[in-house]
Design a protein around this ligand. Structure first.
Ligand code: HEM
Ligand SMILES: *[C@@H]1O[C@H](CO)[C@@H](O)[C@H](O)[C@H]1NC(C)=O
Length: 354
């Protein structure tokens, strides 16, 4: 009797787990979210956009995946709050280059050049050791099951939550790229001195609209930027040796003490100086006062595009509206061109292909 029950159980489990494998195939639609689609390389394909990810992906194969991610994040972020910001940014820099496939984590290899050395990433993105730690704990608990791309998505959500921001249901099942693209990293990631037109263009390229642009820019409610990312605004915004006229003057003078005209390029300043490690809507309030740190922050209001201007005002006035849209846009960004089914692989070490 006991053995019959056991056999029944085993068969049932086999059926369940094989159906999980089926679910992982592209093309199955569960109706979650619209899903952005872009090939991350210029042309915007995948019009119907459904990427085949779903929140229960690891329910049978690694039910404790999110708990493992969260336990590492809790310890690391308690010790260094900025790490939450750095991990949130890693997911963005992953998704905008070839889709959310953990390409950003790959080190230099005989086959390709690492994205870590691109203009926007070099000397700037951080958090790789934390991802390594999460990965090794997951490899112990569930060998070769949880992809590095999903770890980045889980870490971005967990970091947002632990900083006081919104939570959301996160579609999973991304697989890892075997290649990185240094050139796409240079081409697709927006520079800090972008015009509003350039920001809109680079987000559209990923299937993201103006609402996504403004809400996702709200990630700058946490974290820091180097002097080199905003120096132009302080001394010579338009090549006429004048500061950026949209930058509030007392704030600007304070920034000059952190960021002298020559040198100090790696000195850092908070993106939201009022609450640099709390995920809230003060980022938008500061922009309303001319205190957005980067050109790309301030142009959301000052760039003369009515839609983004109105959104900055709306999010400054209503944090719940911002939280709700941020969560939606994070899911959309996380759905950019994932590898699913038999595409790609589940890396054993996030820094190199298997
Ligand atoms: C809209 C276009 C964007 C531009 C031009 C931009 C640019 C930048 C720059 C220049 C920095 C400072 C890096 C440094 O100085 O080392 C930064 C930091 C950061 N970015 Fe963005 N970003 C954009 C959008 C986003 C998005 C969509 C997210 C996430 C959803 C994000 C999350 C962050 C975070 C959290 C930090 C702080 C990182 C840390 O402290 O380590 N950014 N960004
Ligand atoms: C942005 O900065 C880069 C590098 O410093 C510079 O070449 C470019 O002209 C700047 N773009 C704008 C719009 O100011």
């Amino acid at each position: 009797m006991a053995s019959l029950l056991y056999t029944t159980f085993t068969v049932l489990m086999a059926i369940l787990s094989s159906s999980i494998v089926c679910f992982a195939f592209p093309g199955f639609s569960f109706g979650w979210g619209g899903g952005a689609g872009g090939d991350g390389d210029g042309s915007f394909g995948n019009g119907q956009g459904y990427p085949g990810l779903f929140p229960e992906f690891y329910s049978f194969s690694c039910p404790q995946a999110n708990d493992i991610v969260m336990s590492v994040l809790e310890r690391v972020i308690a010790k260094e709050p900025r790490m939450a910001a750095s991990l949130l940014r890693l997911h963005f820099h992953d998704c905008f280059v070839q889709g959310c496939d953990a390409s950003v984590l790959l080190d230099d290899n005989v086959m390709f050049a690492s994205e870590k050395n691109s203009g926007p990433n070099s000397n700037s993105i951080r958090g790789f050791e934390v991802i390594d730690e999460i990965k090794s704990k997951l490899e112990e608990a569930c060998p070769q099951t949880v992809s590095c791309a999903d770890i980045l998505a889980l870490a971005a959500r967990g970091s947002t939550v632990l900083s006081g921001g919104p939570n959301w249901e996160l579609p999973l099942g991304r697989r890892d790229a075997t290649q990185a693209s240094l050139s796409a990293s240079n081409k697709n990631l927006p520079p800090p001195n972008s015009t509003i037109q350039n920001l809109i263009k680079l987000f559209r390229r990923q299937g993201l609209n103006e609402v996504d642009l403004v809400s996702l820019s709200g990630a700058h409610t946490i974290g820091m930027a180097r002097c080199s990312a905003f120096k132009q605004r302080l001394y010579n915004q338009d090549g006429n040796d004048q500061p950026d006229s949209t930058l509030e003057i007392t704030y600007s003078n304070g920034l000059k003490t952190v960021c002298p005209k020559t040198g100090g390029d790696n000195n850092i300043s908070p993106l939201d100086f009022a609450s640099p490690s709390t995920f809230d809507n003060t980022y938008f309030k500061l922009i309303m006062f001319g205190k957005g740190l980067l050109t790309s922050d301030q142009v959301l209001l000052a760039g003369n595009v009515e839609e983004t201007m109105l959104l900055v005002k709306a999010y400054a006035e209503d944090y719940a509206l911002f939280f709700d849209q941020f969560a939606r846009s994070m899911v959309k960004m996380g759905n950019i061109n994932p590898l699913t089914g038999y595409q790609g692989e589940v890396r054993k070490n996030c820094r190199m292909p298997n």
